[in-house]
Unconditional design. Structure first.
Length: 220
């Protein structure tokens, strides 16, 4: 599961019926994420907050797809608990949860931790998260230990970054960037190209080295 590798197609049972991943994805981006177990506290907060933020993902043409090694009926029962705990989830639970009770998909997608990977009784998934573009490529991966819940705002931020640089491949987003802030112009862009690419201007930062490699713009 390296960056830009093709995520393999798969079929799975979910809380919203059986899916063929490629067909289900269509022309959307996908956030595919695993959690260690149903009926656990941190996972309940994660799936709940992602459900609350689902409209923000939809506006970014992004679908959510959860994964767990628990059974389908456990997922169905747990969803009721999540909705009870996160009472600001509007309407029905908005995304499917994969049931992978034999851990086949978890192993295939590299979601098992090193210590537990050879013990089928203890091989729970870590908090793996993959952002997948419409061409089925893995564009970003995050792996958190079971003890640490994920940040939904960061997931949305990196989707914004990925989608922006797909449209403007001559730029990159700096640390802590959020939409509307300055972006960085790649060193491969020549100075003579700047007026055409960024007609409203570019800021150049002087460095002690004398090298001009930090060029920023809000014109994107």
């Amino acid at each position: 599961m390296r960056i830009n590798s093709i995520v393999p197609n798969f079929e799975a049972d979910t809380t919203q019926g059986q899916i063929n991943f490629y067909d289900w994805q269509g022309d959307s981006w996908v956030v595919l994420f695993s959690h260690p177990a149903d009926f656990t506290p941190v996972c309940t907060t994660e799936l709940g907050r992602l459900a609350v933020h689902q409209p923000h993902f939809k506006r970014r043409n992004t679908k959510l797809l959860a994964h767990s090694v628990d059974k389908l009926q456990d997922h169905v029962d747990w969803v009721n608990d999540i909705k009870s705990y996160c009472q600001d989830i509007p309407g029905a639970f908005p995304y499917p949860i994969i049931a992978d009770h034999d851990r086949t998909l978890a192993v295939k997608l590299d979601m098992i931790d090193e210590i537990s990977k050879d013990d089928p009784e203890q091989a729970l998934t870590v908090r793996a998260l993959y952002i997948i573009s419409p061409d089925h490529r893995l564009r970003l991966s995050m792996h958190y230990p079971t003890s640490t819940g994920r940040n939904v705002d960061e997931i949305l931020r990196v989707i914004d970054s990925l989608q922006l640089v797909d449209k403007r491949p001559e730029i990159a987003t700096p640390a802590n960037w959020v939409p509307g802030e300055k972006v960085m112009i790649l060193p491969t862009v020549k100075d003579e190209e700047l007026p055409k690419l960024f007609p409203k201007g570019v800021d150049k930062v002087s460095m002690p080295s004398g090298k001009i490699y930090v060029r920023t713009t809000t014109n994107y």
